[in-house]
Write a protein of this length. Structure first.
Lengths: 169, 812
C-alpha cells in the first residue's frame, strides 16, 4: 500500500470502459467525484453518498461496487466499467438496456445506471435467475419512480434474451 | 379528437424518446452541465438545534481557510434580499437563512463559498456559532397552546391561520343523524425523496442588476415572482432556467426555491458564479416535507350507512415557516373534501400551526394523502360500527353517474365519471370474491389477515386561485380574485419543414417529450420520431406563466392539451394553404404519412415538409391569416373560477376516480405486514400512453407503500431530527413492492382538449389508507396511524411487555 500525503494530489491510472485513463486526485476524493468531474463520466450518479441508494454503482474489477464509498486513489490500477461502457456503439443499446426501454423500466433515469451495472454483473454469473432471486438482489437499489415492477420484468426479459444470444453465439 | 390517417399515436405505448439518452448515461442533469469558468462552490452550515437564539456567529477563521472566497450569513442575506412572501395574513417573515434565531434542525445558518466543495465543507467546521437553546414545539397540538412562546415574535401564538367553513346545513344534519361516527388521525411527516437532490448554479450580473439561475426547480412558476421579489429585482431580471433532465421530484423540487434566493445572494457577494448541490443528509433533514396533520373527522350517518354530513377539524403543521405556496397543502383538496361521495353538508375548521420542524411544501398527493386517510378510515369505521359491508357503504354514498358534472358541497365541479361502474368492474375483474375466500381460509388457519378498500377522487390541474381560500372573502376582494391555470405550448416549423415543440412543463422523468411528440405527430400525420420536443424552461425566452411547471398532475390534461391546440391551429392554416394549391376545399385536406393530400385522391398531394416550410421561403404565396411559422397557445380552462363569497372553490379542473382493494397478512411473530394482493382501478379519462400511466400508478403505489409501512420524518420531543439517512428513513425496495393489478375504465373529461385527466398522484392518496383499512380489518382495531411499523402492530398482537425491574437487576 503506497503512503499518500493528504495535501498532495496523486496520479491515478486506471482502465475505464476498456481505455487507459490518467488523472490526479487528492487522497480524500471520492471515486464518484473523480469519475464525474475529473474524467467527465457524468453517467454515474450521486444519490446519497452513504452507500444505501445504489445510484453510483460501478463495476470495479468485475464486481459491482458503490463508487460513493470508494476513494479515487483506491481505484488506481483497477479495471472500471461505468454506464458509458455498456452500449455497443453510440446510438445503440445493449440487450439489457433495450429491455429497460421496452418495459419502461426507467422514468427519471437517475438510479438507472447503478441498477444496470449491478444487473450486468449479476446476469453474467446468474444467467437464469428467477424473480425472487432478482428481487432479493436488486434490494440494494432505491428507485423512486417506477415501483420496481417494470425493472424486474426488464431484467427477466433481458436474461432470457441473453441466454438466447449465447445459444446462437 | 381527430385521428391523422390510419392510426393514432395517442394511446400507444411507444418507446420513450428520452430513454436512449438516459440508458446510455448521457442524460444532462443539473450536476452534469458545464458551469462558467471561475464558478465557486457553496456548502451550507446548518442548525443542530430545533430552536435557539443565535447570539453570535464568528466566521473569521472560515474566511481565512484555504480556497474560501466568502462566507455569508443572515447579515448579507437580509441586506441584499427581502423576506419570501408569506401566503397568509400574519406578521411572519420567511428567510432562506436563519435570521437571529434557528427554528428547525437543518436550518441554514451560514454559507461558505470556496474553490471546490471539499474546501467549502472544510471551512464549515471553522465557523463558530453561539446558540442559546430555546424550548422546542414539536407536537402540532402543543402549538395551539397560547401560553407557549411564539416561534415568530409578531404572531402572538403559533396559530398562523384559523378559518371555519360551512356548506349546506351541517348542524341540522348532525342533530338529526341516526348515528355519528368519528375518527381521530395523526398523519405523519414523509416525503417522496427523489434520488437526485437539489442543485443550483447562480450568476449575478452587477451591470444590469440581474440574476441568471439554473436550478432543477419543478415549478409552480408562481414562485418565480416570489423569488424575484425576494431578490429585489423585477421579474425580467431573474432569468430562471431548468436543466433538460431532472432526477425525480414528486413535488419536492418546488422546495429548491428558497435556495435560489440564498445562492443568488451568495453569487452576488462572491462576485462569481456559485454552484450548490444539496447532499442527501441535507435533503432528508431540511429540504421539504409533506405536512403532518391532526384531524378529527365526524360523520352524520343514516342507519343504512348513508353519510349525510361531515365535520372536519384539521390542524396542519407547516413547520417553522409558512413557506410559499403553503398553506396550500391544506386547501388543495378543499373542493374535494367529500371525496367520491354525494354529501351535501360539510363543516370545516382549518388551523395552520407553526412548529420547530422543517418547513413543508409540495409532495406527491399534496393534501390528498392527509385528507383521504381521515375520510376513508371514517368510511371503514362507518361500516364496522353499523355492522355493514364496507363495499356497500362506499357504494351507497358514491356520486351517481347521471349527476355529472357534479358540483360538490364545497365547490368542486367533478367533470365526469361512472364510479359505481368502475367499482363493479374492479370487484369482478380484480377477483374480490376470491379474495374474501382467501381471507376466510387464512383466518381459519389462525393467520392474521385483513381486507381493505378505498374510493378516491383524484384531482388534477390545480386552480391557481384555490390557495386564496385561506383568506376571508373580504381579504380576497381586497387582494383581487385569483383563478385559472395557464398552460402553454409552442409548435414551430423550421425552414426544412421540421416540427419543434416547446412546453413549459419541466418534467422530472415522466416522459413528457414522448407524449408531446405523439400528440403533435397525430395532428400532422407524422411519426413521433419526426418531432423534436423541448420541455425545459428558460423564463427569459420561453412562453410561460405562473401555472407552468410540473405539479398537480397537470401535464396530460393541460399541457398536452395546449400542445394539441397549438398544433391544430397550425394545421388549420396549412390546410387552407394546401387547399388553394390542390384546388379542393380545406375540409377535404388530410395529413397522412408525411404528405398533405386531397381526401379520396392521394395523388393530389404535397409533402408535409414543403408545405410547412412555405411561410419561411415564400410568405408572399401565403395569405396573412395563414402564415404558419410558430404558434404559441396559452390555455386556461374557464371552469377554474375564483373562490366564491361563500368560500366554494373549484380547486381542480379534472377529477379521476380510483377504487382500490387489497388483502394483507400480518406476521404473528414480528408484526410485519405482507401485501398479498393489491388491485387498483383507475378512471383517468383518455389514456395518452398506457405504459406511462402504468408507470405513474405503479410508482405512486410504491410510494404509498412507503408512507403506509416504513417512512417517517420522525422528531424526538426536543425537536432533534431522527431520520437523517436512508438507513433511518426507510424506502421500500424490490422486496417490499409487489406488482399491483391495474384496471381501467375511461370516461373522458369534457373540460380538456384530449379528454385526459391527471393520474400521477392518485395512489399516494389511496394506497396508504387502503392498506390501513386492511390492517384495521386484520387486527380488529379502530385507531391506527402511519407508518404501520412491525413494532407498532406487534403491540396489538402480543401482550404488553413489562420492563425488567431495574432495582433488582442492579442488585444482582
Amino acid at each position: 500500500m503506497p503512503r499518500l500525503s493528504a495535501d498532495a494530489r496523486h496520479r491515478i491510472r486506471l482502465t475505464l470502459n476498456g481505455r487507459t485513463v490518467e488523472a490526479v486526485a487528492e487522497p480524500r476524493m471520492l471515486l464518484t467525484d473523480f469519475l464525474r468531474h475529473n474524467l467527465a463520466m457524468t453517467g454515474t450518479h450521486v444519490g446519497c453518498e452513504h452507500g444505501v441508494c445504489g445510484a453510483c454503482t460501478v463495476e470495479i474489477d468485475g464486481v459491482p461496487a458503490r463508487a460513493c464509498l470508494t476513494l479515487a486513489v483506491q481505484a488506481d490500477g483497477a479495471d472500471i466499467r461505468t454506464i458509458e461502457g455498456l452500449a455497443p456503439a453510440p446510438g445503440r443499446l445493449s440487450i439489457l438496456q433495450e429491455a429497460f426501454r421496452r418495459h419502461h423500466a426507467l422514468q427519471c433515469g437517475f438510479c438507472t445506471a447503478g441498477i444496470l451495472l449491478s444487473l450486468e454483473c449479476y446476469l453474467r454469473d446468474n444467467p437464469s435467475p428467477d424473480e425472487a432471486a432478482l428481487r432479493d438482489y436488486l434490494g440494494g437499489h432505491l428507485c423512486r419512480c417506477t415501483g420496481y415492477v417494470p425493472i424486474i420484468a426488464a431484467a427477466l426479459d433481458a436474461a432470457a434474451r441473453l441466454r438466447e444470444a449465447h445459444k446462437h453465439a | 379528437m381527430s385521428k391523422a390517417g390510419d392510426k393514432s399515436w395517442i394511446g400507444q405505448s411507444v418507446e420513450r424518446i428520452e430513454d436512449l439518452t438516459l440508458l446510455a448515461g448521457r442524460g444532462r442533469y443539473i450536476d452534469d452541465i458545464g458551469v462558467p469558468p471561475g464558478t465557486l462552490h457553496a456548502a451550507i452550515l446548518r442548525s443542530p438545534h430545533a430552536h435557539a437564539e443565535i447570539r453570535a456567529i464568528n466566521t473569521e477563521a472560515a474566511r481565512r481557510a484555504p480556497g474560501v472566497a466568502t462566507v455569508i450569513t443572515a447579515a448579507e442575506v437580509t441586506k441584499l434580499s427581502t423576506s419570501l412572501v408569506v401566503g397568509v395574513k400574519a406578521p411572519i417573515e420567511c428567510w432562506p437563512i436563519a435570521a437571529g434565531r434557528v427554528r428547525y434542525v437543518g436550518e441554514p445558518v451560514a454559507v461558505v463559498v470556496a474553490a471546490d466543495r471539499y474546501l467549502a465543507e472544510d471551512a464549515l467546521e471553522l465557523i463558530e456559532v453561539d446558540y442559546a437553546p430555546l424550548p422546542a414545539i414539536v407536537d402540532p397540538l402543543a402549538a395551539l397552546d397560547p401560553q407557549l412562546p411564539p416561534l415568530h415574535e409578531g404572531l402572538g401564538g403559533n396559530i398562523a391561520s384559523d378559518r371555519s367553513f360551512r356548506y349546506g346545513d351541517p348542524e341540522r344534519a348532525f342533530a338529526e343523524a341516526a348515528r355519528k361516527v368519528c375518527v381521530s388521525i395523526r398523519y405523519p411527516r414523509n416525503s417522496c425523496t427523489p434520488i437526485e437532490t437539489y442543485g443550483i448554479v447562480a450568476v449575478y450580473d452587477p451591470s444590469e442588476d440581474a440574476y441568471d439561475v439554473l436550478a432543477n426547480f419543478q415549478g409552480p412558476f408562481s414562485l418565480h415572482p416570489v423569488m424575484a421579489r425576494a431578490l429585489k429585482v423585477p421579474g425580467n431580471r431573474l432569468r430562471l432556467r431548468t436543466p433538460p433532465d431532472s432526477g425525480g421530484s414528486f413535488g419536492i423540487k418546488q422546495g429548491v426555491f428558497p435556495y435560489v434566493v440564498l445562492i443568488g445572494v451568495a453569487a452576488r457577494v462572491a462576485g462569481r458564479p456559485v454552484k450548490w448541490v444539496e447532499d442527501r443528509l441535507e435533503h432528508l433533514c431540511a429540504s421539504v416535507s409533506a405536512t403532518n396533520r391532526v384531524t378529527q373527522l365526524e360523520a352524520a350517518v343514516d342507519a343504512d350507512g348513508r353519510v349525510r354530513a361531515l365535520s372536519f377539524d384539521q390542524i396542519e403543521d407547516v413547520g417553522a415557516h409558512i413557506r410559499a405556496p403553503e398553506p396550500a397543502t391544506l386547501y388543495r383538496m378543499h373542493g374535494n373534501l367529500t371525496g367520491a361521495y354525494d354529501i351535501r353538508h360539510v363543516a370545516v375548521r382549518n388551523r395552520v400551526v407553526l412548529t420547530n420542524k422543517t418547513p413543508t411544501g409540495l409532495n406527491r398527493g399534496f393534501g390528498g394523502p392527509q385528507m383521504y386517510y381521515a375520510l376513508e378510515r371514517l368510511m371503514q369505521r362507518v361500516a364496522v360500527e353499523l355492522k355493514l359491508d364496507p363495499i356497500d357503504v362506499i357504494r351507497r354514498n358514491l356520486v351517481t353517474a347521471k349527476a355529472f358534472p357534479y358540483r360538490t358541497a364545497s365547490g368542486a365541479l367533478l367533470d365526469s365519471g361512472d364510479y359505481s361502474h368502475a367499482l363493479d368492474v374492479a370487484l369482478a375483474d380484480g377477483g374480490f370474491a376470491e379474495l374474501k375466500k382467501r381471507r376466510d381460509a387464512a383466518r381459519a388457519q389462525g393467520r392474521i389477515y385483513g381486507i381493505g378498500c378505498t374510493a378516491v377522487v383524484e384531482p388534477s390541474v390545480s386552480n391557481m386561485g384555490y390557495i386564496t381560500t385561506v383568506l376571508t372573502a373580504e381579504d380576497r376582494r381586497r387582494a383581487g380574485a385569483k383563478n385559472g391555470a395557464q398552460a402553454t405550448a409552442t409548435v414551430a416549423f423550421d425552414p426544412l419543414g421540421g416540427v419543434s415543440v416547446h412546453t413549459a412543463s419541466a418534467p422530472q422523468g415522466q416522459g413528457h417529450r414522448t407524449v408531446l411528440a405523439q400528440i403533435v405527430a397525430d395532428a400532422f400525420g407524422l411519426a413521433p420520431s419526426d418531432i423534436r420536443t423541448v420541455s425545459e424552461i428558460d423564463t427569459a425566452r420561453d412562453a410561460w406563466s405562473i401555472a407552468s411547471g410540473n405539479y398537480s398532475s397537470r401535464f396530460a390534461a393541460a399541457v398536452g392539451g395546449a400542445a394539441h391546440l397549438a398544433a391544430t391551429r397550425l394545421k388549420e392554416k396549412l390546410a387552407r394553404t394546401a387547399a388553394a394549391q390542390l384546388n379542393v376545399p380545406p375540409a377535404e385536406i388530410e395529413f397522412v404519412g408525411g404528405r398533405v393530400r386531397a381526401r379520396g385522391n392521394p395523388d393530389n398531394s404535397i409533402p408535409f415538409a414543403r408545405l410547412a416550410a412555405t411561410s419561411h421561403w415564400s410568405p408572399g404565396m401565403v395569405t396573412d391569416d395563414n402564415q404558419a411559422l410558430r404558434e404559441t397557445v396559452f390555455w386556461t380552462p374557464p371552469e377554474l373560477t375564483a373562490p366564491t363569497e361563500a368560500d366554494e372553490v373549484n380547486s381542480s379542473l379534472c377529477h379521476g376516480f380510483i377504487f382500490d382493494f387489497c388483502g394483507i397478512e400480518i406476521d404473528r411473530v414480528t408484526g410485519a405486514v405482507r401485501i398479498d394482493k393489491y388491485v387498483t382501478m383507475h378512471d383517468c379519462g383518455c389514456v395518452l400512453h398506457p405504459g406511462m400511466v402504468a408507470g405513474q400508478i405503479t410508482g405512486g403505489f410504491a410510494q404509498g407503500i412507503g408512507a403506509a409501512l416504513y417512512e417517517e420524518f420522525a422528531y424526538s420531543p426536543d425537536g432533534a431530527f431522527l431520520a437523517g439517512t436512508f438507513a433511518d428513513y426507510l424506502l421500500p425496495t424490490t422486496t417490499e413492492v409487489p406488482a399491483p393489478t391495474i384496471l381501467h375504465v375511461e370516461t373522458p373529461s369534457p373540460f380538456t382538449p384530449l379528454g385526459a385527466k391527471g393520474v400521477g398522484e392518485g395512489n399516494c392518496m389511496s394506497t396508504p389508507v387502503c392498506l390501513a383499512n386492511a390492517v384495521a380489518d386484520a387486527l380488529g382495531i379502530a385507531a391506527i396511524d402511519l407508518p404501520m411499523t412491525p413494532a407498532k402492530l406487534a403491540a396489538h398482537i402480543h401482550p404488553a411487555e413489562h420492563a425488567p425491574d431495574r432495582a433488582r437487576a442492579g442488585r444482582s
